[in-house]
Design a protein around this ligand. Structure first.
Ligand code: HEM
Length: 352
């Protein structure tokens, strides 16, 4: 016999269960999207704040937008194999795709105006693994945390409060060292003459399973020629790409990879703090830049130099930056690849 009186109640229970599931799903979505905590720093917000006042350049990287791609090799000495079991540190020569770039979201910025220059690398090894890295020529980062990096961009863009930067500097005194570097470090005449520093700390694991915290730098073999402000301006807006193309046509350009090993107690979670000069360093190998490649539609275009793409034998440390960078680079990558129709595949706006 069917109990007719129980039907509306069971309907109600089913509807309530469905509603509960929907509420949980919408809640989870809203939480993930940051709607429940508008103050939470999301990768999308991090990327939005990098845009210049005129808006982002569609199709381009949301930072380090101007650059020039290259290919070459990483010729390992084998000396870092004691530190990391990654194949790229075993004696050998491994293919590299890389990019020289300027720390600006504007692909048309003048080379003379860019204080920060960068070097990005992807090294591939026969075991199928890859190492990706993106470094800059500053000896330390301006701020200690990803949140402070976001707050810095906001302060720089704040048109309403003339004291925004003063207030930021008071709350983040570490930026003083970067300010001194930015106003006093010489500009060299070439990407080939710059030293590029990884700044973030990573952990190397060797074949015995021993972990050590390291940072790395690529030190140029070319002797630096320092330019005065006037000389820099006289070189023109796009001299860096033309210069490196000319040099590489003449001869391969080289950098030594120096791995620096932290002592116990060194600040591993804060890239604004350089480690003392006397730390143990290992010459891991040589980056050899052999060919300049097209930047528009060249081999770097669809590459995301995500600093968390690491082979076995290397992993992230307690430094919060690589994870924050990875999330932001991915947002930038997704946006720029979705904007293919706006990307100047050839011609105006596409730098060489
Ligand atoms: C939280 C801090 C940071 C944020 C939010 C950030 C953001 C970004 C974004 C959005 C891109 C463009 C990625 C793409 O579209 O492929 C980029 C590129 C780059 N960044 Fe960062 N970055 C941060 C920290 C750093 C640090 C610490 C370094 C160096 C030590 C660095 C060096 C570079 C370089 C060299 C590139 C160019 C990569 C390429 O050639 O594709 N960044 N950054």
């Amino acid at each position: 016999m069917v109990d007719k009186t129980s039907k509306p109640a069971s309907h109600f229970a089913s509807l309530a269960a469905i509603a509960a599931v929907l509420i949980v799903l919408v809640g989870a979505f809203a939480y993930t999207a940051g709607w429940l905590s508008p103050e939470r720093l999301t990768p999308a917000k991090m990327v939005n704040v990098l845009a210049p006042a005129s808006g982002p350049a569609p199709g381009f990287r949301r930072n380090h937008a101007k650059g020039i791609c290259f290919t070459g090799s990483f010729d390992s000495t084998g000396a870092a194999a004691d530190l990391s079991r990654a194949q790229l540190f075993a004696v050998g020569s491994y293919p590299v795709t890389g990019r020289f770039n300027l720390g600006t979201p504007d692909p048309k910025a003048s080379d003379a105006m860019a204080r920060v220059r960068g070097l990005s690398l992807r090294v591939q090894t026969p075991d199928g693994s890859e190492w990706r890295a993106a470094m800059i020529d500053a000896p330390f980062f301006p701020v200690s945390t990803p949140q402070a990096f976001y707050d810095l961009q906001r302060a720089l863009a704040d048109k309403r409060d003339p004291d925004a930067m003063k207030k930021f500097a008071a709350a983040h005194p570490e930026i003083g060292a970067f300010g001194k570097w930015a106003s006093s470090a010489p500009f060299t005449a070439s990407y080939a003459e710059d030293r590029y520093n990884g700044l973030n700390s990573f952990v190397f694991t060797n074949a015995s399973g021993k972990d050590q915290v390291v940072r790395w730098s690529f030190v140029p073999l070319a002797q630096p020629e320092n330019l005065t402000g006037d000389q820099l301006k006289a070189r023109g807006d796009n001299f860096l790409a033309a210069d490196i193309a000319q040099r590489v046509r003449t001869a391969p350009q080289r950098w030594t990879m120096l791995v620096t090993v932290a002592n116990l107690g060194d600040p591993t979670a804060d890239p604004s703090k350089a480690w003392p000069e006397d730390r143990r360093t290992v010459n891991a190998g040589t980056l050899v830049v052999k060919q300049i490649e097209a930047e528009p539609d060249g081999p770097c275009r669809d590459l995301n130099f995500d600093p968390t793409v690491l082979p076995a034998g290397m992993h992230v440390s307690d430094d919060p930056f690589p994870a924050a960078r990875s999330a932001a680079y991915s947002v930038s990558f997704n946006r720029r690849t979705a904007e293919d129709k706006d990307y100047p595949h050839t011609g105006e706006g596409a730098q060489q």
